[in-house]
Design a protein around this ligand. Structure first.
Ligand SMILES: Cc1ncc(COP(=O)(O)O)c(C=O)c1O
Ligand SMILES: [Zn+2]
Length: 437
């Protein structure tokens, strides 16, 4: 155990209500004290998860009424792994608790009468679901007394790390692969992060960042702090089920890249059931991936228990992980719950972005377009039925990715006088009429 970790474990300051007990390995059953600086199992090499004392959690959850719980990422702090209050209070006070939107107009297009969108495209501070996971990693870093943080990112982890680090007065170093939406790197720079874009794809950059973390001693949000990072994703499940008045949906449709979000949705559902908060065992999880990078969806559809890594070729850069670390957990969760997966091509993905925008007024990035396109497939195939409660998770904001969106020209250089403008308006109205038939 490092000296730094002993200090973190000294637990001298005020404690959160966390009921976390240990790191645990789901593969071989080995457990490790939370005070240790580990992220993979020393026995079998798998990524570590975090265990809780659920009896204690049941009591602590009952002690505090929902009305007095904070409307942020720490709402169900009992089921989160951060134990030092001072660290938790410095992170994510305005993160989480994103809206669950009843999507009547998109639902009408797809033939679904009870469709909801969990809109993490409006997440604070960085407009993607990654605010949930990075907040937990950053809080852990503060528990450890760290002052700098690294990450490897397909796009959104970087902007989340940059934003959270700025607020927590920590120095962020963001490593990006060769292909990404430039706006995301620019946003990191604007937020004060140091950015290094490498000549390799995400999986190559991830492998090297792991070595870099070990060589440099720098904590990486989604590598060395990964067990904490992953726990942040569960908060989306708690929020969805609470927002549906503790009635779990029949279906959750979620995009997947590394598989953290989808596997932790499953963990969150399991915890709600175990704690008697909601009947969640009937909820099916469906995975959305781009055709150009669908290792998880392919394994599910082919009935494989293992992932076959691929080299990504898709414009949905945030989903371009060919070797998903949590893929095996996702396969298990989807199969156990009777869910399925679909992959869609880039054209369908951008059509999904447009459909969501024109029906619900939500501008999402290709990850969200992937989810909408897959939802559309599942609805037309009858996998999700018209009367069932369906939640689709919109995980990222389209303002960061507009430069990749097929461009739609507009009328420009029109004379600034009303008669010229009226004739353009007539043309535009004619276009609208033609489009709507
Ligand atoms: C917008 C967006 N949605 C979904 C994902 C997929 O998340 P995960 O890696 O947890 O499967 C990512 C990140 O990779 C993302 O940036
Ligand atoms: Zn193990």
């Amino acid at each position: 155990m490092s000296a730094r970790c002993e200090a973190a474990d000294g637990q001298s300051g005020a404690q959160t209500r966390s009921c976390a007990t240990a790191f645990c390995c789901r593969t071989c059953g080995q457990s490790f004290p939370l005070s240790e600086s580990v992220f993979t199992c020393e026995r079998c090499g798998r990524a570590l998860d975090i265990d809780y004392d659920y009896e204690l959690a049941r009591r602590r959850l009952a002690e505090l009424d929902l009305a007095v719980r904070p409307a942020n990422i720490w709402r169900f702090e009992e089921l989160l792994p951060i134990r030092e209050s001072a660290a938790a209070r410095r992170v994510g006070q305005h993160s989480g608790c994103t809206p669950l939107i009843r999507a009547d107009r998109l639902g009408a297009e797809l033939g679904l009468r009870n469709l909801y969108l969990k809109d993490d495209s409006t997440s604070r501070p960085s407009l993607s679901y990654k605010d949930r996971v990075v907040s937990m990693a950053l809080a852990r870093l503060l528990e450890l007394g760290g002052s700098e943080i690294g990450c490897v990112s397909t796009g959104n982890v970087g902007t989340a790390v940059a934003a959270f680090a700025a607020k927590a007065a920590v120095t962020p170093y963001v490593f990006y692969p060769n292909r990404l939406e430039h706006m995301k790197a620019q946003a990191c720079r604007a937020l004060g992060a140091k950015v290094c874009q490498v000549e390799g794809n995400y999986d190559e950059a991830n492998r090297e960042c792991r070595a870099l973390a070990l060589e440099s001693g720098m904590e990486f949000a989604n590598i060395t702090l990964r067990p904490f990072y992953a726990e942040g994703a569960k908060t989306v499940t708690f929020e969805i089920v609470e927002q549906l008045a503790w009635q779990a949906p029949a279906h959750i449709v979620t995009p997947a890249a590394g598989g953290t979000l989808s596997s932790r949705i499953d963990k969150g559902l399991g915890e709600l059931l175990q704690l008697g908060l909601a009947e969640t065992d009937q909820t099916r999880i469906h995975i959305a991936q781009p055709e150009g990078c669908a290792p998880i969806a392919s394994a599910i559809l082919d009935g494989d228990a293992d992932i076959h890594a691929c080299t990504p070729t898709t414009m949905a850069h945030s989903l371009a992980i060919g070797s998903p670390g949590d893929g095996y957990l996702v396969i298990d969760a989807v199969n156990r719950r009777g869910g399925t997966a679909r992959s869609v091509d880039d054209e369908e993905i951008f059509a999904g972005v447009d459909l969501l925008a024109s029906t619900e007024g939500i501008l999402t990035e290709p990850a969200g377009g992937t989810t909408v396109a897959v939802l559309s497939r599942l609805a037309s195939e009858g996998v999700v039925r018209d009367d069932e409660v369906v939640v689709a998770i919109i995980t990222g904001n389209g303002l960061k990715t507009l430069e990749d969106h097929p461009s739609k020209p507009w009328r420009s250089k029109v004379s600034c006088n009303s008669s010229a403008m009226l004739s353009v308006l007539d043309e535009l109205r004619a276009e609208t009429a033609a489009a709507t038939g």
